[in-house]
Design a protein around this ligand. Structure first.
Ligand SMILES: Cc1ncc(COP(=O)(O)O)c(C=O)c1O
Ligand SMILES: N[C@@H](CCCC[NH3+])C(=O)O
Length: 428
């Protein structure tokens, strides 16, 4: 983040291409992904799991960023895919992703979504509610189709992160609580259903987590719970899915662990607690979203108007904002940015970066040091690859930006820029 690659024109480069060239070719706002970095992250997960000797699946959490080309990349990198809606499932299937490696999440999957997934013969349903237990089994029975399931549980572990993105605590809309007995009840129901094959448990304690402790505690609770189920219900489960949540660096304040450290912590905890219970070592599944794509993404914006309020603040507006990145408005998320056309010039101005929506809260970055900015400068905001485009909207009828992948000096569009015609396409 502190050192950036610059070409002979003095432009910031991404994946071996100058940002000036990218902007000239594709316009702004532009989401640029360094494809090599995503592939590198996938490899870090795989290598660390291979090192552990445990059986595993790394399922990319597609909610972080999805399009057909991202699906193809996940396929090539031997990842599985976590989908959470009919739309994500459809995208995966349209791009030819092997259905057996798709895991279907969601706290309120519709009957249509369940049917679509059954027809595709996906690998696994992560069952999240008593309604889904019945609905899914009824549909499977009608079709005389056996389905593999995980039961999503809340282990009662609170991850130290933003309250909107913690999910493992008792008071959560997701999954079955272990402590109040609902998880055991759900398992008791599932094992009596002839078309279900219960693979194991799923838990996801939250997102943007910087410590091992939460994962370790969750694995201890889950291992003890699996042991209790073995004793009480005489059921063994071969899979433990501990979700995603591995942190990334948005600004220099963020100190995430390296991917191999997260994986080693998890696999070590699994080995420790399952050995203690004399339980056969389960296959470990994880679902990284953010840590796979966030730092690989950079958004390029064009600098527009500037409002100087003497002795108070200077607002520098860019041609995007909460429509392509709602995270600052939603989570007070912080980002770092540089002027892409003058990345190494001395930063002498304290400015705040405003979006173009008619909302006072549409601020991308408060208090950023930049070189003096002019109309037409290019602002590069780093680490925007996760939950940026995927949470984008057309508020104010602003078209979504184009998305390009860059690698080894080559670039290609993976999602076209929306047009005004796209915006009125469904209007009657
Ligand atoms: C069930 C589940 N798995 C995986 C993820 C991905 O999380 P992250 O992007 O933090 O890795 C999420 C989102 O938080 C989730 O809800
Ligand atoms: N969308 C959130 C995280 C939620 C992840 C989904 N469970 C973010 O941008 O940080």
């Amino acid at each position: 983040m502190s050192t950036v690659d610059v070409n002979v024109q003095g432009d910031l480069t991404i994946g071996g291409i100058g940002t000036g060239d990218l902007v000239e070719r594709y316009g702004t706002p532009l989401m640029v992904y360094d494809e090599g970095m995503i592939r590198g992250n996938a490899k870090l997960f795989r290598d660390a799991f291979n090192e552990s000797g445990l059986k595993y699946q790394v399922a990319y959490a597609s909610k972080a960023f999805l399009c057909k080309e991202m699906v193809r990349l996940a396929e090539q990198e031997n990842l599985s895919l976590d989908v959470v809606s009919g739309g994500e499932l459809y995208t995966a299937l349209e791009a030819g992703f092997p259905a057996a490696r798709i895991h279907f999440h969601g706290n309120n999957k519709s009957e249509d979504e369940l049917l679509m997934a059954l027809e595709a013969e996906i690998g696994c349903f992560v069952v999240d509610s008593f309604l889904e237990l019945e609905l899914l089994h009824d549909l499977a029975k009608e079709r005389e189709q056996e389905v593999q399931i995980l039961i999503r549980v809340t282990p009662g572990v609170e991850a130290h992160t933003h309250e909107y993105i913690t999910t493992g605590q008792e008071d959560s809309k997701f999954g079955f609580s272990i402590s109040n007995g609902q998880a055991a009840t759900a398992i008791g129901l599932a094992i009596r259903k002839p078309y279900f094959s219960l693979l194991g448990l799923h838990s996801h304690i939250g997102s943007q987590i910087f410590e091992q402790e939460g994962f370790d505690q969750a694995i201890r609770v889950l291992s003890d719970f699996m042991q209790r189920i073995r004793i009480d219900l005489d059921v063994m489960m071969p899979v433990l899915n501990i979700g995603g949540g591995f942190g990334v660096r948005y600004t220099e304040e963020d100190q995430p662990l390296p991917i191999p450290t997260y994986v080693k912590g998890i696999t070590d905890s699994v080995k420790t607690y399952f050995a203690k219970n004399e339980y056969p070592l389960p296959e470990v599944w994880v679902e990284p979203g953010r840590s796979m794509v966030a730092e690989a993404g950079t958004t390029l914006y064009k600098v527009g108007s500037k409002k100087i309020i003497p002795d108070v603040r200077t607002y520098v507006a860019i041609d995007g904002g909460m429509t392509d990145n709602i995270r600052p408005a939603l989570y007070q998320a912080k980002y770092h940015a540089v002027l892409a056309n003058r990345p190494n010039e001395e930063c002498t101005e304290l400015v705040s970066i405003a979006g173009k929506c008619c909302e006072s809260g549409d601020m991308l970055i408060w208090d950023l040091m930049l070189p003096p900015t002019n109309y037409g400068d290019i602002l590069a905001v780093f680490s925007t690859g996760a939950y940026g485009y995927s949470m984008a909207s057309n508020y104010n009828r602003i078209p979504r930006p184009a998305v390009v992948f860059v690698d080894n000096g080559e670039s290609r569009v993976v999602i076209e820029r929306e047009t005004y015609e796209d915006l009125v396409r469904k209007d009657r």
